[in-house]
Design a protein around this ligand. Structure first.
Ligand SMILES: *Cc1c(COP(=O)(O)O)cnc(C)c1O
Length: 397
């Protein structure tokens, strides 16, 4: 066996997060490197969902809106996500999809920016849904929409700019953008920042409060393991809450939802980011999934440290095992610019990934030529990483 195989054993023996794997449902013969697309199933979720369905719904029925805490779940679960993104309580609300929250945040941002600003800047490499929504938000608000590389934002943002929508981590390359510096540049121009945290929350520190972010959104089915289609979240900085004017003012965001009044009056606080009746089954599955963060050995910092060690080790194994020139990493080397995935450019990447998956190493393919491997520190071992690189070398002889 190779030195790297031995090294993996040693790293696993010292891994302080090794015990967390048992909190997830995984196959020992599969290396799951797609947790950045759909996180693995936490072992406590099936029992929780069973209780929510059979007892809360089946027995308590309508009483559960109060007695089982259904009505307040969007804010309660928002407060569980808040510390993971560096937010104090009362600024995160859970519900709807990421796409819908991008819409709320972006139109809300243009309204916060006020008169005289007629342009939205959007991350040129954004996950597509954000771009589609931004185009529609632009038409609705009378703003032009311009695609800008995140690194170019400080030079492009101006007194014309209402809002800037950026992805914290590029979903294809795994590049981590400088949230602190870019947010500061947006603020200095008097514009409103909107960050999409889909590929960073649950994988690395975000620091929303500390870095002065205005609005943010993210999904919960990637690094937060909430399950397929689990609801997304919206962060509204406390200082903006009184002025935040949601473009989807549903009855759940009303100051007096059961007053059934014909005039709308927004609730105080982040509650005004709600829309309609929350999807309780998936929301409460998410609440159970978030319990792993209450373990004493799990923190955003411990997860980030292991994430960087895993991606470093993967790049080292790929370098050692895969013949030169067969793959090229498009993920930045410096830790400050790397999310929790490694993207390798490769000829016939689609076919290579199909064969890897057939052999039990599950990553994904992103058109046109990217092999994408997500590293989820809560349940991956260094042995998994070494095996994945070895399998890749077998597919690229
Ligand atoms: C995964 C992802 C989305 C997904 O949007 P949904 O509405 O949840 O399907 C949006 N933005 C980014 C950056 C993503 O990575």
């Amino acid at each position: 066996m190779s030195d790297l195989y031995e090294r993996a054993r040693e790293l696993d023996a010292k891994d302080e997060l090794a015990g967390v794997r048992g909190d997830f449902v995984l196959d020992d013969d599969v290396v799951y490197l797609d947790g950045n697309s759909l996180g693995a199933l936490p072992a406590n979720v099936p029992g929780r969902v069973e209780d929510v369905v059979r007892r809360q719904w089946g027995e308590l029925r309508i009483r559960s809106w109060t007695e089982s805490g259904w009505w307040t779940a969007p804010e309660r679960i928002g407060d569980l996500i808040a510390p993971l993104v560096g937010a104090a309580a009362g600024q995160v609300v859970v519900g709807d999809s990421t796409s819908v929250n991008v819409f709320k945040a972006l139109v809300g941002a243009v309204r916060l920016a006020g008169e005289g600003r007629d342009e939205i800047l959007v991350d040129a490499a954004t996950f597509p849904t954000d771009g589609y929504i931004a185009a529609s938000a632009g038409r609705m608000t009378g703003c032009s929409v311009r695609a800008v590389e995140p690194g170019a934002v400080p030079g492009e943002v101006s007194s014309r700019t209402a809002a800037v929508l950026l992805n914290h981590v590029d979903y294809r390359t795994g590049r981590l953008h400088d949230l602190l510096a870019l947010t500061a540049a947006v603020r200095a121009a008097g514009a409103v920042s909107v960050w999409d945290l889909c590929h960073s929350a649950g994988a690395l520190p975000v620091g929303l409060d500390e870095h002065g972010v205005d609005l943010a959104v993210g999904c919960t089915y990637k690094f937060l393991n909430g399950g397929p289609g689990s609801p997304a979240y919206l962060y509204v900085r406390r200082a903006h809450q009184a002025a935040f004017d949601s473009p989807l003012p549903g009855w759940n965001s009303h100051a007096e939802p059961f007053g059934m009044r014909s005039e709308y009056e927004a609730a105080d606080g982040v509650v005004r980011g709600r829309v309609g009746t929350p999807d309780i089954l998936s929301m409460l599955a998410l609440e159970a999934a978030l319990e792993v963060w209450a373990r004493p050995d799990v923190s955003v910092e411990s997860v980030r440290a292991k994430s960087l060690a895993l991606t470093d080790f993967f790049l080292e194994c790929v370098e050692a095992y895969v013949p030169g020139g067969r793959v090229e990493s498009v993920t930045p080397g410096p830790h400050g610019e790397r999310g929790s995935q490694v993207a390798l450019r490769c000829v016939d990447a689609d076919d290579v990934m199909r064969r890897l998956i057939a052999g039990g190493v599950v990553g994904d393919f992103r058109a046109p030529d990217i092999l994408r491997f997500g590293f989820t520190p809560l349940y991956l071992s260094y042995a998994d990483v070494e095996r994945a690189a070895r399998s890749l070398s077998h597919e690229l002889p």
